[in-house]
Design a protein. Structure first.
Length: 460
């Protein structure tokens, strides 16, 4: 049986990929597990550095090819897909650079009579077999983030890319092999969800990395084998608070980009903007104008700013949520309609009720809600009212307001005078509460994919 990979924009067939069966998935696990247990086959650090440096070099010669693959299969506009490719290359370089920084520490001895004549120190070892299940929205960069840290620390990795966007991960694996990585160290599983569950929950798996919906992630977490460590990255509603002293002209383009980048299909896309009542009318008018002028269409067209929603089911859900808000009295200031079978107009919704889906859950689509507030305490309370907590933001010129808000927002990261979708790949990145567990970011993932061992020497 084959998986048909189609363009989310116009549905054309890009490629057919063979789907793995249960025997093939078992073979992946056997291969990775036996590799980790045979220390004679482990790659020395200098070789891992050489392989990753060569990988980055090869990728750098294929930027255009990698960009087009990611844009065509994932629907993220060409310009943004190129940024993703450059990030992915930098992520590979970061991993190579951080291999030399994986280290332990000295543990003091002689502090008690019983510890005399001893020396002790820790060092870090690869954790074991890593299984990664990935999402569609950054098909190349997520493949890098969920495989390269494992390769860098010396852990065999199996990645299961999203069924809608497997081509970038498969192509990246081939680049790794071309750079000299033996194939057993990074295997790609193209399979159905039931076999992905088998893969993730197998007792031979030491670390599980998941990027995707909270429902699936927490379900798989509950099924993990005892001792399997995990990192789950889900979504949030990315609340932004805009105080009356905010630099509006600076904030507006950031918040338009942060809200409609990749048609809002990013786990930290701006979804809720809480705007002080003194400036809400001006802000709303300018924001709506800018959103309505965004160019929507073919992701391979270099002028496109907003591409398609990944599939018809998700488009219908976004449409349903916007219609619910409209029916309950919210004002649709722009958009609120399909533009084609795969695209939805960038939509700004004013003050939807607290109990509609747009206010209660992550929309993961090109929709931004604006809520007026009188007192910042009210805005913080509403921003903290949901059980998701990822990145948030505050726009203000007052340092005291900024610091107080950073302290009070329930978020894993708070941006000051920047949008919630800001990220560089060497910073810690991950949700808290329902939004996830564990920490991403190249060096942070490398640390999580190792475990500590203590050595004590009795020299008495």
């Amino acid at each position: 049986m084959n998986l048909k990979v189609r363009s989310p924009f116009d549905g054309h067939l890009i490629k057919e990929i063979p789907l793995m069966d249960e025997k093939q998935i078992e073979k992946l696990l056997v291969t990775a597990h036996s590799l980790f247990n045979d220390r004679n086959r482990w790659l020395p650090k200098h070789q891992r550095i050489e392989i990753l440096e060569k990988t980055a070099q090869i990728m750098n010669t294929r930027i255009e090819e990698l960009t087009k693959i990611a844009a065509e299969e994932g629907g993220k506009p060409y310009t943004d897909s190129k940024v993703e490719v450059l990030r992915a290359i930098n992520g590979v370089k970061l991993a190579a650079e951080h291999i030399g920084q994986i280290k332990g520490e000295e543990i003091p001895m002689g502090l008690t009579k019983a510890s005399e004549n001893r020396m002790a120190f820790t060092f870090r070892e690869p954790i074991g077999v890593v299984v990664s299940i990935s999402a569609f929205n950054h098909p190349l960069n997520l493949a890098v983030h969920q495989t390269v840290p494992a390769i860098a620390v010396g852990a065999p990795v199996i990645i299961k890319p999203a069924s809608s966007t497997p081509l970038s991960a498969l192509n990246f694996a081939e680049i790794l092999y071309e750079a000299g990585l033996p194939k057993d160290w990074c295997q790609v599983a193209v399979c159905k969800s039931n076999l992905a569950e088998k893969l993730a929950t197998d007792k031979r798996v030491n670390y599980f990395s998941f990027i995707g919906s909270a429902k699936i992630g927490w379900y798989l977490q509950s099924k993990l084998s005892p001792g399997t460590r995990s990192a789950l990255e889900h979504g949030g509603v990315a609340p932004v608070i805009i105080e009356k002293d905010a630099d509006m002209e600076r904030a507006l383009p950031m918040l338009v980009k942060g809200g409609f980048y990749h048609a809002g299909q990013v786990c930290v896309s701006v979804q809720k903007a809480f705007v002080h009542e003194d400036i809400v009318d001006e802000f709303t008018q300018k924001y709506t104008q800018m959103a309505s002028e965004l160019k929507v269409g073919d992701p391979l067209n270099q002028k496109t700013e907003v591409g398609p929603i990944i599939d018809s089911y998700e488009l219908e859900r976004v449409e349903r949520w916007v219609n619910e808000a409209r029916d309950r009295g919210a004002k649709i200031l722009c958009g609120g309609k399909r533009l084609s079978d795969s695209t939805y107009a960038p939509t700004v919704v004013y003050n939807p009720p607290d109990d509609v889906m747009l206010s209660k859950d992550e929309v993961f689509g090109p929709v931004v809600c604006i809520y007026p507030y009188k007192d910042i305490k009210e805005a913080i309370e509403k921003a903290n009212s949901l059980d998701v907590a990822f990145q948030a933001a505050i726009y203000t010129q007052n340092i005291n307001t900024a610091m107080d808000t950073v302290n009070k927002l329930n978020a894993s990261a708070v941006m000051v005078n920047d949008h919630t979708a800001f990220r560089v790949d060497w910073m810690p990145f991950g949700g808290r509460d329902v939004s996830g567990i564990g920490m991403g970011g190249i060096p942070y993932s490398m640390h999580e994919m190792t475990r500590e061992k203590l050595m004590v020497i009795n020299h008495g």
